[in-house]
Write a protein that binds this ligand. Structure first.
Ligand SMILES: [Ca+2]
Length: 670
């Protein structure tokens, strides 16, 4: 429906040729300020779109690339919220104040101050709302992820709660519906405009529109080995990667497709069918936006930037569902580690890791009136999301202030990418710093150091070995030490990171592993319905102040409305055997950063006195596994669990206290 036929494509090529003669003139006449569209997709792998080697049909993105400029070495932060902070502020996430952004200023605030009409649609995933950070208009969800058909309770329209319609709703489409409405409003003013669209696709839950799903049904039956090979071939053919490139081999934690049981092949193929359909839909909606710009004669002088927040996601947090079509809001599939490997072709590792598979994703710039590179150019200069702010400030002639009410601003770390728009060298004086949670990295010229979950540093010459196959750490100890020192200094002085995040790395491990990667069980799931849990039964648990607790199907649903919320569990009458213990649970939501567990081992101590154990809350909309060790040789009396600093929501399931051998001593709900 929104496909570009060959004739508009030809028209646009002619338009580019005509305009290229005008650029010199317009530059000297100080052309009208450009409009700006920044599109960020969620968990899109390096090779997922056609112009980066993918087989998924993305004709609209491919057309933007064919007339524009592609970056083959564009970096994100490997994770959702941190990439958004960097994109919006031009700073490393921790430096900007993390989700609070109290040490940063956003592109909307900067361009808005320069007279731009500013609008955003889609996923926010940070504190407060976009309308608190300079966006004149906003439609979308504040959460990190939600049901594509049903949405969630965090939807907002221009700062006010917005109810998701019961039918005919799909977030990817709604994001562009509202983008087009906002552009209409922008055009009624005399202002240039800045639009930021943050698609939640193709992030899990995997949900596709029926017509898009039908298009890819059966297309992935040959599996990930075949898809990966075909993507490498296409990457070399389209020139996004050099002919000499050696793709990384299939890692040990992923079986060969031919060795999978037939039920799993079918299940896995279904996951990729759904992902492909979700990505195809993003492209169709971008086509709808492009058509609107063309119809309003804005296509030539609008700078469109397309980026992803991290590489494909390997975290597989749901039991397999067989023989389903996830084309409605009642059924969803989860991400697949096997397909994530194929989607990050030709690189290693995934979302959250600072290896190229996690941190390197597509970046396309389209701007006929501003780009001076030949149509379809590819640059291999490294760039990062922190560079977006200075680039937008430069092309819109906006000033990045160093003071802002109620914030203590820190300097922008990014540099303008505009030299690359003219085929020149980007002027970057500092290396690119990489850090998310325990995953670390530094890209400095041709060289990169990287650490998987704070295991031993590895060193790669990415100019020759972009796929990080040949670790030179042992061969070049001096280079390694100098780069580690630089990384540490930047963590401290530029990011202002807490000291523990740059503590020395641990030992090398024989292989990198993660408990949340797909477990390739041989046996098909039985599909038995889960036992419903009685609610209202004695739970020996209570919601703390500012907390509402509702238990459905064994899941504790928590709504927090103020300071210091959480749940408390009383085991004083249970006479448990003495510790040590472990407290384990699955957590979704809460607030980013520090969760806290408190426990007591005598009858006199009152919580939160007693023992305190901090733990990380990821809060990215997915289920997170938490497993905390309680080091005590006494019997536990009371427990308190805090997963949020203030208002918000969280779900907790499989909450259980075990002894060190894993024997369950108590579980909630009981
Ligand atoms: Ca993401």
């Amino acid at each position: 429906m929104h496909q570009l036929s060959s004739s508009p494509r030809l028209f646009s090529t002619i338009a580019v040729l005509l305009l290229s003669g005008l650029i010199q003139v317009s530059a000297t006449l100080a052309a009208d300020p450009p409009n700006v569209v920044v599109i960020m997709v969620d968990d899109l792998g390096y090779s997922d779109i056609g112009c980066y080697g993918g087989e998924i049909e993305t004709p609209n993105l491919d057309a933007l690339a064919a007339d524009g400029l592609r970056f083959s070495q564009f970096y994100n932060t490997a994770k959702c919220h941190s990439s958004r902070v960097s994109l919006l502020t031009g700073q490393y996430c921790i430096a900007a104040g993390d989700t609070k952004m109290d040490h940063g200023i956003t592109t909307a605030e900067v361009l808005g101050s320069a007279g731009y009409f500013t609008a955003m649609t889609g996923k926010w995933h940070l504190n407060q709302q976009p309308t608190d950070f300079g966006f004149d208009r906003y439609f979308g969800h504040l959460s990190g992820a939600c049901n594509f058909f049903k949405g969630d309770k965090t939807f907002r329209l221009n700062g006010e709660p917005w109810s998701v319609p019961k039918q005919d709703f799909y977030t990817t489409v709604a994001d562009v519906d509202y983008a087009l409405k906002f552009l209409k409003e922008a055009r009624a003013t005399s202002q240039p405009w800045y639009l930021y669209i943050a698609f939640n696709a193709p992030h899990a839950p995997l949900h596709a529109l029926p017509e898009d799903y039908a298009k890819y049904k059966g297309k992935y039956d040959q599996g990930w080995d075949v898809a990966r090979e075909s993507r490498v071939r296409k990457q070399k053919a389209v020139g996004i990667l050099p002919d000499t490139l050696k793709p990384s081999p299939r890692p040990e934690h992923i079986p060969a497709w031919k060795d999978l049981e037939p039920w799993r092949q079918k299940y896995e193929a279904n996951r990729m069918t759904t992902l492909a359909a979700m990505i195809d839909r993003v492209d169709q909606e971008i086509g709808r936006l492009v058509n609107d710009l063309k119809a309003n004669n804005e296509f030539e002088n609008t700078m469109i930037l397309f980026v992803s927040d991290n590489g494909a996601c390997p975290y597989d947090r749901r039991a397999p569902l067989l023989d389903v079509e996830p084309t409605n809001g009642d059924i969803a599939l989860a991400d697949s580690t096997g397909w994530s490997w194929a989607r990050n072709t030709p690189f290693r590792y995934y979302k959250q890791n600072q290896f190229e598979g996690g941190v390197s994703t597509p970046a396309i710039v389209h701007w006929p009136a501003g780009l001076k590179t030949p149509a379809g150019s590819i640059t291999d200069q490294p760039a990062h999301l922190i560079d977006v702010m200075p680039t937008l400030a430069e092309i819109t002639k906006s000033e990045i202030p160093n003071q802002w009410p109620d914030r203590t601003l820190r300097p922008v770390s990014g540099v303008t990418l505009t030299p690359a728009f003219e085929g020149k060298k980007i002027n970057r004086e500092q290396p690119i710093h990489l850090l998310f949670a325990a995953d670390r990295g530094l890209r400095d010229g041709d060289w990169k150091i990287v650490s998987f979950k704070s295991e031993a540093w590895e060193l790669y010459n990415v100019a020759e070995d972009r796929t990080e196959l040949n670790d030179l750490a042992a061969q070049e100890p001096e280079r390694l030490a100098a780069m580690v020192e630089k990384w540490t200094q930047m963590s401290r002085d530029v990011l202002h990171a807490p000291e523990r995040s740059y503590a020395p790395t641990g030992k090398a491990q024989p292989v990198h592993t993660n408990r949340e990667w797909t477990k390739f069980d041989k046996e098909a799931p039985t599909g038995k319905a889960k036992k419903r849990t009685k609610t209202g039964a004695k739970q020996s648990m209570r919601a703390r102040k500012n907390t509402k607790l509702k238990i459905t199907d064994g899941t504790l649903n928590l709504v927090f409305s103020g300071d210091d919320p959480g749940i408390a569990m009383d085991l004083r009458k249970k006479s448990l055997t003495p510790g040590p213990y472990r407290l384990a649970f699955d957590l979704k939501g809460g607030s980013q950063g520090g969760g806290e567990l408190f426990f007591t081992t005598d009858l006199k101590t009152v919580l939160p006195k007693g023992n305190r154990i901090p733990f990380e809350v990821v809060a990215d909309g997915d289920w997170q596994k938490v497993d905390i060790e309680l080091k005590t040789d006494k019997a536990i009396q009371q427990l308190r669990l805090d997963v949020s600093e203030g208002s918000g929501e969280a779900s907790i399931r499989l909450l259980r206290l075990t002894d060190n051998s894993g024997k369950v001593l108590f579980k909630w709900p009981n």
